[in-house]
Design a protein around this ligand. Structure first.
Ligand code: FES
Length: 579
């Protein structure tokens, strides 16, 4: 059993007791209203109140099964002697929400924090998985610091088309390029539309969703093996019920998130993400999550750890297989068992006193899906951190998903001032682009995007695609989908919108990328750059009012996690019940 404070608290020590169990008028009112909800006193009095935060929505195909999973969580909570209450919270759908759900990650984090604080909650089960929902829920819960268990939505089943297995996202980009190159037509695209996403669940490549849910499991906030179970597998229901069982015990033990989300846990999550060849988005989210846990995690930590772990997961977009293969090959427990020499094994998880016990008996059943240490896909972790006069505060590249000949490259820049200009002009033959050109997109960062949309995999021009060109060096202050690939330098900080050096690049300037040297350099003299800086004027603000204006005002840069300044800082918050 997981150790918390070392003792089991009494019902009178539950946080919810002050709402329900005292002699005053407020408690009387709360009990009366709980009866109004249809509950008997013996069903709820003296029991831990477990909030089930559910990101289910009709619009979100990655979470559409979570309405059922919440019932399984409730089953577990009731069986363990708790009192489950479901709370609908914002759904962040990577597919449908524009300009990008990243704009709303911090909003869900705020909603999570404020709901958990303001209601009579003793512990929480968090249901999410589509990209931003995992960090958002954990950022909010970590800030309140109650006991909590994360229930990952689970990957969808593998896609199929004719005799081919399809990865959502990754194969969408691939076949869309084939269509642009004239290799397939509308008939094939119609069939692909049916085959790309066959069931509820998040993207089943090692995209951002799979990366972040694996990170959550590595952090220790899920029950073992949770992150790779396919969304529609009966095991997913059982995992949800088990999470409900566990959270009640965690409340009695007072094993709060701060005991789990330690610096060691974040180091292990970084190692896991890098060894998975996971999404570059995880860099931003883990830095933000760590910040909410009082842990300082930096880009340099990613680069340091990347040099100590090989890539062992043979998963798309960098490899061959999909998440269901990973699950049957041993899932994350089997995968982590390959990394025990770099992990901190004596830290607690929500399910076991130590990660060592959590991994006890974990096996790998397919050494092509989860590689041996002496047979890696790459000798170093999948993300490199770049520095140089174009990115003084850093940039990242997923070099394992790029064509190797581009990892050391010098070429002339062709600059697009924003996404709309790029879309309008990229296929114009007058640009006369060659495979050596470096495509530069600016004003796509945290403030300029706004929200850092996933524009970072800039399209290869149609006329180059038709000549067989499938990768070029691309540079931006945007993010890239975890299912994307290519020699894309991302997250340039500071971004161009606030006057970062990206704002000063001109078409024709030579740019040098050298991944081995971790260098990104604009080959222009310092004097010339200073002259350009003196002539630069900031673009007008994108939002005049509303949440977008708040976002633009408060968002931090990519290297510090894109949290809001007023959420990232420390400070006192009054006890809500005393108010
Ligand atoms: Fe939800 Fe990919 S669209 S995880």
């Amino acid at each position: 059993m997981t150790e918390g404070t070392g003792r089991r608290i009494a019902p009178e020590e539950l946080r919810s007791h002050q709402w329900y169990g005292t002699d005053g008028l407020r408690s009387f009112s709360h009990r009366a209203r709980t009866r109004q909800l249809g509950y008997l006193p013996e069903e709820h009095l003296g029991k831990p109140v477990i909030a089930i935060l559910n990101t289910w929505s009709d619009i979100n195909p990655c979470h559409v099964h979570l309405r059922d999973r919440a019932q399984a969580v409730k089953r577990g909570v009731w069986q363990a002697g708790g009192f489950p209450l479901e709370f609908p919270v914002s759904t962040l759908s990577e597919t449908f929400q524009k300009p990008t759900p990243m704009l709303y990650r911090n909003m869900l984090a705020m909603e999570t924090e404020e709901l958990l604080r303001s209601y009579p909650v003793d512990g929480a089960v968090l249901l999410g998985g589509c990209d931003k929902s995992t960090p958002a829920l954990l950022m909010g819960a970590a800030t309140v610091d109650l006991p909590a268990v994360f229930v990952p939505a689970g990957p969808m089943l593998p896609g199929h088309w004719r005799n081919e297995v399809l990865g959502s996202g990754t194969d969408m980009w691939k076949y869309w390029d084939d269509k642009r190159a004239g290799l397939i037509g509308d008939c094939e695209m119609g069939e692909l539309e049916n085959g790309l996403a066959r069931s509820p669940g998040h993207c089943m490549t090692m995209g951002t969703a799979s990366t972040l849910t694996a990170a959550a499991e590595a952090l220790g906030v899920t029950v073992p093996g949770a992150s790779s179970i396919p969304a529609v597998d009966s095991g997913h229901d059982r995992m949800a019920a088990r999470s409900g069982l566990r959270i009640v015990e965690l409340v009695w033990q007072q094993l709060t998130l701060s005991r789990i989300l330690t610096a060691d846990a974040y180091e292990d999550a970084v190692a896991t993400v890098l060894a998975l060849g996971g999404s570059t988005n995880a860099v931003i989210h883990l830095i933000a999550m760590a910040g909410r846990s009082g842990v300082k995690l930096t880009l340099d930590d990613f680069d340091r750890i990347a040099r100590t772990v090989p890539v062992l997961a043979n998963l798309r977009p960098g490899g061959k297989y999909l998440m269901e293969d990973f699950h049957f090959a041993g899932g994350l427990p089997g995968f982590l068992a390959r990394l025990t020499d770099v992990l901190h094994l004596d830290r607690p998880t929500v399910a076991h006193p130590t990660m060592r016990e959590q991994l006890d008996g974990a096996l790998v059943h397919d050494a092509d899906v989860i590689r041996e240490r002496d047979d890696p896909l790459a000798e170093e972790g999948g993300v490199a951190v770049l520095r140089g006069n174009l990115c003084p505060d850093g940039a990242v590249i997923k070099h394992i998903a790029a064509e190797p000949h581009l990892l050391r490259h010098t070429g002339p820049a062709v600059v697009f001032d924003d996404y709309q200009e790029m879309q309008r002009t990229i296929n114009d033959p007058a640009l006369d682009l060659t495979p050596d050109h470096v495509l530069v997109l600016r004003n796509a960062g945290p403030k300029g995007g706004p929200g850092m949309p996933e524009y970072g995999m800039l399209p290869i021009p149609d006329y180059l695609l038709k000549r067989g060109v499938r990768d070029m060096v691309r540079i931006s202050d945007a993010r890239m989908s975890g299912t994307s690939y290519g020699a894309c330098v991302l997250h340039i900080a500071p971004e161009s919108f606030v006057g970062g050096p990206l704002a000063l690049v001109r078409t024709g300037d030579p740019i040098t990328l050298d991944v081995e040297a971790r260098r990104l350099h604009l080959d222009v003299t310092d004097e010339e750059l200073e002259a350009r800086r003196a002539a630069w004027t900031p673009p007008p603000a994108r939002y005049g009012r509303g949440y977008g204006a708040l976002y633009q005002d408060q968002i931090t840069q990519a290297d510090t996690g894109c949290d809001f300044t007023f959420l990232a800082r420390s400070g006192d918050v009054p006890d809500p019940y005393a108010g």
